[in-house]
Structure formats: structure tokens, C-alpha cells
Design a protein around this ligand. Structure first.
Ligand code: DCP
Length: 714
């Protein structure tokens, strides 16, 4: 659901950097002989030549597009080079592309707040750096403006034909009588052009950019002139840009809301929206969405650049087209195993490298009936608290699938194994890990772990009642999970963790491509005999993963047992919260780009030099390792201190209402490994000394019935 946020009163400078035909560029860097040739990257499934997922601009000239398969593309463009995505575990392995995207993000982040929006798109807030430039070195005082900046498309200027385009841009950029807003945008254009050149120098990738006062406009502008060009949106050009735009091209209007605007209000362009008052729009779509629609029609959007270099979620999915569709529970289970294995590796790597912990596991599937012409009910996206470790992920993912399948087939629990083999087919499966937060570190990890969840909720009760219900498998499955939890007393920390809806991946906007020969010209000048840089790329640290699309979260009613559990959980959280004091903070342009590639010919024998980011990234990784080591040393000291404190400070234990000797180690197994280690160190001496007194589980201990009066009151 879109959120109407007021725009800040001060002008901002926001850019969206979008890589050009990204996977193709990554493959062309690996295989320089492909430079300048019509090329497409195809999916793993090679049926009819494989589905096209990335297409070079050379191939687009022949009419090749993403809806085609390789065979069809070959008919249109016989010389097209088809490159298959790398494969691992019988499915596409996107790590190569994710790593390449991370290289770009690392460069862009040097200049401003950076939000990784997708595998190849990054928002940048350049307000501070543009303001600094304007006060210290404004464009009108610059001796020269680089060629790449002069190639900028300034919306609203393009119609003038009596002057050279570069001259027009120079005049606009250097106007001394321009508004403060436009002056800042001019600075933004210079900064972005420099950044794009830097990205090219360090990675060999070209990108396009939109530069505007907010994210929405920057995003729309970024695809207006591709490849390797940038577009600036002065405030005076907003209306002209938005009015003719088909409503469905707007972010968040590509789906149901956009269709409803068309069918209910007869709106087909953004300009049509202007005919409706805010009140009218609110009447139809509610207060928030109505205001949001009113705002976007005027180019108003207060969304902030989030300052996030790492992805919000990790997802692994696979399509099973045509005859590959999965028809049995066994085949679904087998694929879920593979997907969870990959997800587990990525979660572990995120934990190791970035010290982040994911809290919600979500399963998506697409399913069809085979013995009926009617389509099945949409498979509901299912979520539950995420437990670390491949077997647990696999187990939970399968439960989520079974739960969804029962819902779709309107079956009772017992019927699931008996479903006829041919009753349904699964054409898509994916698992994703969301609600990724910084791992609590230091002495009181476990407490901070609780706090980090608590801080993201407005109230404990609300958290449980409003969200946690969604994070437990629904229907019969839910009961199974609850029963297991209750019966085995394995109410783990993850059960306290609440999952908010996983946001769907932003829908890609289709661009109005204005194809040019520029890229072809750049790469004609390259020497294809440069050695492959694959090895170098493989050494680059991998920090980022893309999101998978997600649908609606599972909705279910809380039964009495759930409510009781919620009360208990809230109670426990309150107790823990009281003891903790510290919270975790946790073209057309041929000029400069052409020269870049010409220069690349000579040093072809040392291709590493062409990718300085590689060594830079390695260096950063090394620093990370050093600081991680220091941190772990520091943590060890703190843990020891804490052990002493636990031994000797009974008062403190009472205050926490937490009796460590009663903690069941099976509960600890459910936690992320790093937290497990800390807790084990923390508990070891106490457990040895008082093993005989150990209670059955952490849930028992936390049960209000076992606490003293002080705890009951919390
Ligand atoms: N991608 C994919 N499947 C899709 C769409 C995209 O696997 N259905 C991958 C391949 C793309 C990358 O994501 O290279 C980025 O997608 P974009 O939509 O940004 O498209 P490109 O970068 O390929 O081209 P453009 O220059 O038009 O942005």
C-alpha cells in the first residue's frame, strides 16, 4: 500500500542509478569477445532456447525483447549471442550479478546516502554534496564542465533545436539567476556524471541516471534516456513529464490500484488524475492512498533514500515451466531442500559478513489444477519465524507449503498426503528471508536480540496479536506448530520475533528507450583479447542479495492457545526489557566513455588494473575481518565480565527474572549460531554447577507461574 509522506521543505537532490542491460554487461566483462555484439542472457531452462532475461542494446535494435525465448530471438537476429546464466543446484545462480551490483554500490556510496533498490538500481541522496558544491564551487564558476555532464538531458530543454544540445545544457547548468532548486540539480548533474565515469573506470559497466528532487521523479527519469545517459528533471518540467505518462507506468500503480483507477475513474494518464480533488480520491481509495495519489499526480513524494547498502531480504526461487511443473509432494520437498540450502548459505554469509540476522521465513508458490479448467485459488504466501540451519529451514518451508496447499485445495490436514498426484502442479516455488536486523553484539546479546525486535514494534501486545499471528503457519499447520511449541516447550526466541509483511520487490518500470550507438562505439574500441577477470570477480566479497517478489502475508485468526502464548511472550519480553538498559544501534555520449575504452586497450595484459574496485573491495573485506576479530576479542572480555557478574550479582538476575540454569539447550539451538555461542559461554559454568536444578525449558522458566511476585507484575 502506498504511503503518503509530505515532501521536506528544503530542496533535495536525489539520483537513481540504473545499470544498462546489466546481466549482459556482467557477461561481456567476463567474455570481452562479446562486446559490441547483439547479446542476450537466457534463463537456465533451455526450452526453446531459454527465456531472455537481459538483452544488449545492439540486440534490441533487431526487435529482440524480454518476452521472447532464444529461438525466437535467433530468428529476428541470427547473430545474437545467447549466454546462459550460471547454474548451481539445478537453478540459476545469480551471485555473479549480485557481486557485480555490490561493486557499483560501493563506488556510489562514497558520495552520498545510498539505497540499494534492486540488483542493479541504487538511489542516492546527493543533497549534502550538492549543497557543498554550490557554496564552494558553483557550476557558473567552473572553468570547464566535463563532456559527460554536458550530454545530460535536461527535461524541458530538449525541444529547442536552434542550439547545440551541449551548449543548451551548459547554459542551463551555469545560470546564475536560476532558482536554488535548479542550481542544486545542476550540481547533482555534475556529481552524477562524475560518478558514472568512476563506475565505468572501476567496473567497466555503463549506467544511466535520473536526477530530480525526489525518488519518484528520479526513477522515472532514469529510464528515459538509455543506455549510458542521464536525465535531469527541473521542477518546471515535472508537469510536462508526468501529464502524458500512462498511469500504469507509475510505481505502485502497475497492479490492481492502477487498474481500478482506469476502470472506476476512467484515468489513463497521470495528467487525468489532476482532475480529481484530494477529497474525491480519498473517498474512493481511503485517506492515505487518496492523498498519495493526489501528491504523485503533482510530482510530490516525500520518500527518503533509506541509507541501505544491503538488501532487505534474501530470496531463492525457481520456475517450473511446462513439463517441468512439479506434480508430487516429494518433488516439491526435494526442491524446497535445494532452495533452503541456498538460502541458508546466504543467511550464514550475511551473518558472518554483515552481522545481520533474518527473522521471517516466507514461502511463495504458484499452483494450478490439472484436472479442471478452473484455476486454483491463489496460493497464499506463508510466513513463520525463521530458524537458522538448513534442516530447520527445510522443515519449516515444507510445513508452510503444506499449509498453503491445504488452503488452496480446501483440504483438512489429514487429506494432504492423499491428494491425487495429478490434482495440482506447481510452476513456481520460492523461499525468502526477511525482517533482517543487525545482530545484537557484546555482553548482552540475548537481551539486545529481544530489544531489537521490540524496538520495531509499537507495543508488545500489538506486536503479538497483530503480527506474530501472521508469522506462524496458518490453519491446521498453525495448530501443529503451536502444539509442537507448547508440547515440547520449545518456545524459542524466534517465537517472540515478530514479522511484518515482507515487502514485495519494487516493480520494474518499463523504460522508454531511446537507443543509441554509443555503447557499440565504446566497445568497438576494446581489445577482446583481454584476459577474463572471472577469477578476480569471484574473489569479491558478496554482501548483497536481491528480494523476491512477495504477495500478501498469511492471515489467520488467533485461537485461545495463541492468545495465551502471546500473553506469556509479552510477559517475558517485558521482563527482559526491564533488565536491559542499552539498545542496539545498531547516447549518446561517445566522448569520455569512448576514451575510457580506448585507454583500456593498452593495459590489456593487466586486467586487474582495470578493476581497481576489486582490490579495494578485498581491502575492505580484510579490514572487516580485522575489525571483526577485534570485536570478537572485545566481546569475549565482555562476556567474561558478564559471567562474573552473573555469578556474583544475584540481584541482577532477579531483576531480569531470568534463571539461566533453567534454560533448555534445545531452545538455544534455535538461535542464530553466533548468538548461540555467546549464550553457551554465558551459561556454561552456571549449568555445570547447578545441572540438577535445571528446568525443562526456557518456556517453563519464563512462564509467569514460576516467577516471583516481582515478575508477575511486569
Ligand atoms: N532480470 C531478470 N528477469 C527479469 C528482469 C530482469 O532476471 N524479468 C535481471 C536481468 C537484468 C537485471 O535483472 O539485466 C536488471 O533488470 P532491468 O529491468 O534493470 O533491465 P536491464 O538492466 O537488463 O536493462 P535496462 O538497460 O533496460 O535497464
Amino acid at each position: 500500500m502506498p504511503v503518503a509522506r509530505p515532501e521536506p521543505s528544503d530542496a533535495r537532490v536525489i539520483a537513481l542509478i540504473d545499470m544498462d542491460c546489466f546481466y549482459v554487461q556482467v557477461e561481456q566483462r567476463r567474455q570481452p569477445q562479446l562486446r559490441g555484439l547483439p547479446t542476450a542472457v537466457v534463463q537456465y531452462n533451455s526450452w526453446k532456447g531459454g527465456g531472455l532475461i537481459a538483452i544488449s542494446y545492439e540486440a534490441r535494435k533487431y526487435g529482440v525483447n524480454r518476452s521472447m525465448r532464444g529461438d525466437e530471438a535467433k530468428k529476428l537476429c541470427p547473430e545474437i549471442q545467447l549466454v546462459q546464466v550460471p547454474v548451481a543446484r539445478g537453478k540459476a545462480d545469480l551471485n555473479l550479478y549480485r557481486n557485480a551490483g555490490s561493486e557499483v554500490v560501493a563506488i556510489l556510496a562514497r558520495k552520498g546516502r545510498c539505497e540499494r533498490a534492486s540488483i542493479d538500481e541504487v538511489y542516492l541522496d546527493l543533497t549534502d554534496v550538492a549543497e557543498a558544491m554550490l557554496s564552494e564551487n558553483p557550476p557558473e564558476k567552473l572553468e570547464a564542465i566535463d563532456e559527460e555532464t554536458l550530454k545530460s538531458h535536461i527535461l524541458g530543454l530538449d525541444e529547442e533545436v536552434d542550439k547545440q544540445k551541449g551548449e543548451l545544457a551548459r547554459e542551463w547548468l551555469c545560470r546564475s539567476n536560476a532558482s536554488q532548486q535548479d542550481k542544486l540539480l545542476a550540481c547533482g548533474a555534475i556529481i552524477v556524471a562524475e560518478l558514472r565515469m568512476q563506475v565505468l573506470r572501476e567496473t567497466e559497466f555503463t549506467c544511466s541516471a535520473g536526477i530530480a528532487h525526489n525518488k519518484m521523479l528520479a526513477k522515472l527519469a532514469s529510464s528515459m534516456n538509455k543506455p549510458s545517459q542521464q536525465t535531469v528533471v527541473p521542477s518546471s518540467a515535472v508537469k510536462g513529464m508526468l501529464d502524458p505518462l500512462p498511469i500504469k507506468k507509475m510505481k505502485q500503480l502497475g497492479g490492481k490500484l492502477g487498474s481500478s483507477l482506469q476502470s472506476d475513474l476512467g484515468i489513463s494518464t497521470v495528467g487525468d488524475l489532476l482532475k480529481f480533488s484530494e477529497e474525491k480520491l480519498q473517498e474512493h481509495y481511503g485517506t492515505n492512498t487518496g492523498t498519495w495519489l493526489w501528491n504523485i499526480a503533482r510530482g510530490i513524494s516525500g520518500d527518503e533514500v533509506e541509507g541501505r547498502l544491503l538488501p532487505k531480504s534474501h530470496g531463492c526461487g525457481k520456475n517450473f515451466a511446462g513439463p517441468q511443473a512439479l506434480k508430487t509432494l516429494a518433488s516439491v520437498e526435494s526442491w524446497l531442500k535445494d532452495l533452503c540450502e541456498e538460502l541458508s548459505e546466504r543467511l550464514q554469509s550475511d551473518l558472518d559478513q554483515n552481522k545481520r540476522v533474518a527473522h521471517t521465513l516466507t514461502l511463495h508458490a504458484t499452483i494450478y489444477k490439472t484436472n479442471d479448467t478452473d484455476q486454483l485459488k491463489k496460493f497464499p504466501s506463508k510466513s513463520c519465524p525463521l530458524r537458522y540451519g538448513t534442516p530447520k529451514l527445510q522443515e519449516d518451508a515444507l510445513k508452510l507449503f503444506n499449509s498453503g496447499l491445504r488452503e488452496v485445495l480446501d483440504l483438512q490436514r489429514a487429506d494432504i498426503q492423499g491428494t491425487s498426484k495429478s490434482a495440482w502442479v506447481v510452476t513456481h516455488l520460492s523461499v525468502s528471508a526477511g525482517k533482517i536486523l543487525a545482530k545484537p553484539s557484546g555482553t548482552h546479546s540475548i537481551l539486545r536480540f529481544f530489544h531489537s525486535h521490540e524496538s520495531s514494534s509499537s507495543s508488545k501486545e500489538q506486536t503479538y496479536n497483530g503480527i506474530d499471528q501472521n508469522s506462524v503457519p496458518s490453519g491446521g499447520e498453525n495448530q501443529v506448530v503451536v502444539n509442537e511449541v507448547e508440547a515440547n516447550k520449545k518456545t524459542t526466541i524466534n517465537n517472540y520475533v515478530n514479522s511484518s509483511s515482507i515487502q514485495g520487490e519494487q516493480q520494474k518500470e518499463t523504460s522508454y528507450h531511446k537507443d543509441t550507438n554509443s555503447i557499440l562505439r565504446f566497445f568497438h574500441n576494446r581489445d577482446p583479447s583481454c584476459p577474463s577477470q572471472e577469477q578476480t570477480y569471484n574473489e569479491i566479497s558478496q554482501n548483497s542479495m536481491p528480494s523476491v517478489p512477495s504477495g500478501s502475508e498469511n492471515q489467520m485468526a488467533a485461537d485461545q492457545a495463541e492468545a495465551k502464548k502471546g500473553t506469556m511472550i509479552s510477559h517475558v519480553k517485558s521482563n527482559l526489557a526491564r533488565g536491559e538498559t542499552q539498545k542496539e544501534t545498531t547516447q549518446k555520449g561517445s566522448g569520455p566513455i569512448l576514451r575510457f575504452f580506448q585507454a583500456q586497450r593498452a593495459p590489456c595484459t593487466s586486467s586487474e588494473n582495470a578493476v581497481p574496485s576489486t582490490s579495494g573491495t578485498e581491502h575492505e573485506q580484510e579490514s572487516d575481518r580485522v575489525s571483526a576479530h577485534e570485536e570478537s576479542q572485545k566481546e569475549k572480555v565482555e562476556i567474561n565480565d558478564n559471567m562474573n557478574s552473573l555469578h556474583h550479582d544475584e540481584h541482577r538476575r532477579k531483576r531480569w527474572s531470568l534463571n539461566p540454569e533453567e534454560i533448555d539447550t534445545s531452545v538455544i539451538d534455535e538461535l542464530p549460531p553466533e548468538i548461540q555461542r555467546e549464550i553457551r559461554v554465558w551459561l556454561q559454568p552456571i549449568k555445570r554447577a547447578k545441572a540438577a536444578q535445571r528446568g525443562p525449558s526456557i518456556a517453563d522458566y519464563f512462564s509467569p507461574a514460576k516467577k516471583g511476585p516481582q515478575s508477575h507484575n511486569s
